[in-house]
Ligand binder design. Structure first.
Ligand SMILES: NC(=O)c1ccc[n+]([C@@H]2O[C@H](COP(=O)([O-])OP(=O)(O)OC[C@H]3O[C@@H](n4cnc5c(N)ncnc54)[C@H](OP(=O)(O)O)[C@@H]3O)[C@@H](O)[C@H]2O)c1
Length: 335
């Protein structure tokens, strides 16, 4: 079978297409999936650059993919051939609290990922995808969508009429928008691009701020809420934007700490206690959360925001396009 392999962490140079990788055979409790699509996350750029200190090479990259079960191993009870499935980001987080070793058990990190024609999954690390979604659409769910769902719905318990600020217009941000709107929230979104802000407005965003032309974006968020601040913030900027998010949040509000796109910075702990802010770390989510999210997506007939679909042979171009920052929503590779 054909599969991409990260052979060394030198960026795109270390990513190779192996046209003769052995096709895996499912063992007890495993399913073999003919992958039909994979979706890129910001994290996939870090994997090829060695940002996470992974040591097992070669590894098949990318965590997010969807396809069709073509073979089941002995003892499999939840799936049969023909089932349409996605893999779960963590192979060992099924329910409850995140396991201590979850990071070492994520697809496309230390465990082979999904940028391959055939992928072996534990049946507890696979999940059926909503019927109304194509494979390309369903491939976007395992990391970006589940992270947004975990933040906004599982941890945030967002309610109709509450206010939320979402940073950026990437994969996590566009799903956070969809889930916030599904629950009747009032949404502010920030971007470095006016064109992208116009596009998210068409998707239902209530107010927008350009954080590039207006570096004091938190003042705009305060103005938009009559000085009160927002109830929730989806924080992907990291320490560099966190101090601004702590200004833009209302007293008693919650900030979901998800990414660190803007790099490191300093934080004043007095802001956290004086405003009684809840800083909630989010690390993707469990298979149980994925099931709850899929029910909601199916019920609402929600469609993910896909920016571009690349062919399998052009997977490196998909990575390069993500590096350029030109995308809004998800970048997909059809397999
Ligand atoms: N904790 C977790 O479980 C988890 C899961 C998924 C992702 N993440 C993290 O979340 C972040 C976003 O991931 P993603 O996959 O959604 O990435 P993505 O699709 O590549 O989107 C990134 C977007 O963030 C915006 N952005 C960049 N720098 C920013 C800054 N300094 N301040 C505010 N916004 C900024 C940009 O939006 P504009 O182009 O509109 O300016 C960019 O398009 C990454 O740091 C990633 O590692 C964490």
């Amino acid at each position: 079978m054909r599969a991409y392999e990260v052979r060394e962490t030198t960026g795109l140079d270390g990513l190779h297409l192996n046209a003769n990788r052995a096709e895996p055979v499912p063992g007890p409790g495993q399913v073999l999936v003919r992958m039909r699509a994979a979706a890129l996350n910001y994290r996939d750029q870090g994997v090829i650059k060695g940002a996470y200190g992974y040591t097992r090479f070669p590894v098949v990259p990318m965590s997010d993919g969807a396809g069709e079960v073509v073979q089941v191993g002995p003892g499999v009870t939840q799936f049969m051939t023909g089932d349409r499935v996605a893999g779960t980001f963590f192979v060992n987080w099924i329910a409850g609290r995140i396991p201590a070793d979850a990071s070492k058990n994520s697809l496309g990190g230390m465990v082979d990922g999904v940028l391959a024609e055939y992928v072996l999954l534990n049946e507890t690390g696979a999940i059926k995808i909503p019927d109304h979604l194509s494979f390309e659409e369903a491939a976007t769910l395992p990391c970006a969508a589940l992270t947004a769902w975990h933040a906004v719905v599982e941890a945030g318990r967002i309610k109709a009429g509450e206010t939320i600020a979402i940073l950026g217009t990437g994969g996590v941000a566009c799903f956070a928008l969809a889930f916030a709107k599904m629950h009747g929230a009032v949404v502010t979104m920030t971007s470095s691009s006016d064109d992208k802000l116009a596009r998210v407005k068409a998707l239902g965003v209530d107010t927008t701020v350009n954080y590039k032309t207006n570096p004091d974006w938190e003042q705009d968020v305060l103005r938009q809420t009559g000085g009160a601040g927002v109830d929730h913030i989806v924080e992907v900027g990291g320490a560099n934007t966190l101090s601004k998010s702590m200004l833009a949040i209302r007293p008693g509000g919650a900030i979901y700490v998800i990414g660190a796109l803007g790099g490191a910075g300093s934080i004043d702990p007095r802001m956290i206690n004086r405003k009684s802010i809840r800083l909630q770390g989010i690390h993707v989510g469990s298979r149980d959360m994925f099931a709850a999210m899929n029910r909601a997506i199916a019920n609402a007939h929600l469609k993910p925001v896909i920016d571009r679909v690349f062919e399998f042979k052009d997977a490196k171009a998909a990575y390069a396009y993500q590096q350029s920052g030109g995308h809004m929503g998800k970048i997909v590779v059809a397999i």
